[in-house]
Design a protein around this ligand. Structure first.
Ligand code: AMP
Ligand code: ZN
Length: 460
């Protein structure tokens, strides 16, 4: 399996640290607002990576953090005039709800920065002790000049950092590239006690501590959007090297941006749509399809037309499954669609080429609909379509979607038959009532008589 490693600027064969196991850390949200559909791209990319590893038989430890201490949260709490903790709590809840609505599998661990303050403080203390960090007036900075490897990941050199930036940003830093590990608190800000006085940790330290706590000193894959390469991931790597002398992760993966009118979608440019809003208008599967139709490293433009096209593509999968009456298929996969599975795996093994993997799903959907083919072949294609689709996160609610997808006219006909059945029962014509129930059952429609009337559903 080849993965593009930002650290090496090349695709590399993936070799896990422990055979059969993969440890992944992907940077999660800073919870100061509803996340936007650009953030969703990062979350979905690593959800698919995780699902694919599981499909390939790996045991996956997948950690995604929640950054619940950060300057932006403090700013938002001032704007909404509610305590900082309430902001973090409110948007953490929203993040969890929206992730679930997007069909993102729950990570194996989802730590919040506020849960790990003692460990974060201990890490900063260790950096100071080892000579990689210095304190000035209650702030603690990482001394980038103490680490020759600094700049490895992003290719940036310390000398390239503009000296002017230091003056503008912070006169206390020794080098412009030095970054904050601990920030002294100002009145009214949330603070924690530390050896340097009351304050709060920096974001870069939070992520190192959270990842290492659950995955060890060095793990397999560290991921996030490409805006995180510098400074966030560079600074995480620097701290890990300083603390342990070992790299934090072996492979660094970064997704490309979701753009809008050529610009990166971002809160700061105010050109964003929240995932929540888009989910109110489009299905989670269409959003997923929209992203997966492009390679995760390529930029992608957000347009309504593309999302609508994705909606149609997903409906095509469902109509293919209905064409073979998927819910009533009783056979299981017999190996005859092995070539599709192989083509899918080859695509995904090539640095997660999901666009090519989707082409395999299209081909299977075509087979399902091809009435020239023997029924058994069409059923096999449907079973493979679902098996491979699930790897990409589709069909998680298959039965419900297939029922919802029942065309309106069919629904009306079922309701009509139920009305005749009610009349038959009112006339004590039990034979007719039972006949309607049995005939519907034959068609895959299950009836349930309740005190409130008769309910029906498509059989699972
Ligand atoms: P944040 O909450 O800003 O830390 O971002 C959460 C994740 O979304 C990070 O991995 C970012 O790199 C990623 N991200 C932010 N904006 C975009 C975008 N427009 N397209 C793709 N990924 C993004
Ligand atoms: Zn991070």
């Amino acid at each position: 399996m080849l993965l593009y490693n930002t650290l090496k600027r090349a695709k590399e064969e993936f070799v896990p640290l422990t055979p059969g196991r993969v440890k992944i850390y992907a940077c999660g949200p800073t919870v100061y607002n509803y996340f936007h559909i650009g953030n969703a791209r990062a979350f979905l990319t690593f959800d698919v990576l995780r699902r694919y590893f599981e499909f390939r038989g790996f045991k996956v430890d997948y950690v995604q953090n929640i950054t619940d201490i950060e300057d932006k949260i403090i700013a938002q709490s001032l704007e909404e005039e509610v305590p900082f903790r309430e902001i973090a709590e409110k948007y953490t809840r929203a993040f969890l709800e929206d992730s679930a609505a997007l069909g993102i599998k729950k990570p194996t661990h989802q730590p919040r920065a506020t849960e790990l303050l003692p460990q974060i403080i201990a890490a900063i203390e260790a950096l100071v002790k080892k000579g990689f960090a210095y304190e000035v007036n209650g702030d603690v900075y990482f001394d980038t000049s103490a680490l020759p490897e600094y700049g490895q990941l992003s290719g940036k050199k310390i000398e390239d950092q503009l000296p002017g930036a230091r003056v503008l940003e912070n006169v206390q830093k020794r080098n412009p590239a030095d970054f904050t590990l601990w920030k002294a608190g100002k009145p009214g800000e949330p603070v924690w006690k530390s050896p340097w006085g009351e304050g709060r940790p920096g974001w870069h330290t939070e992520c190192v501590v959270m990842s290492q706590k659950f995955l060890g000193e060095t793990f397999d894959i560290h991921g996030g959007g490409s805006d995180l390469v510098f400074p966030h991931h560079e600074n995480e790597l620097a701290q890990a090297l300083a603390l342990t002398g070992k790299p934090l992760a072996r492979y660094w993966m970064h997704n490309g941006f979701l753009n809008i009118d050529g610009d990166k979608m971002s809160k700061s440019l105010n050109n964003f749509f929240t995932a929540r809003d888009i989910l109110a208008q489009h299905s989670a599967e269409a959003i997923r399809f929209f992203f997966l139709s492009k390679h995760y490293r390529s930029p992608i433009d957000f347009t309504r037309e593309l999302i609508e096209e994705s909606e149609r593509a997903v409906s095509n999968f469902y109509s293919a499954l209905r064409a073979v009456d998927y819910k009533n298929i009783i056979c299981s996969l017999d190996g005859s669609c092995q070539d599709s599975e192989q083509a899918f795996t080859e695509a995904m093994d090539d640095d997660l080429n999901t666009a090519r993997a989707l082409a395999v799903l299209f081909e299977l959907a075509r087979k399902c609909k091809n009435e020239q083919l023997p029924r058994s072949q069409r059923e096999q294609a449907a079973l493979m379509l679902v098996r491979l689709g699930e790897v990409l996160g589709f069909f998680t609610d298959l039965c419900q979607r297939l029922s919802e997808a029942l065309p309106d006219l069919s629904r009306q006909l079922v309701e009509l038959l139920l009305r005749y059945r009610r009349e038959a029962r009112a006339n004590k014509d039990w034979a007719l009532s039972d006949k309607i129930r049995d005939d519907l059952e034959h068609l895959g429609i299950e009836l349930r008589d309740t005190p409130d009337g008769c309910e029906w559903k498509l059989k699972d």
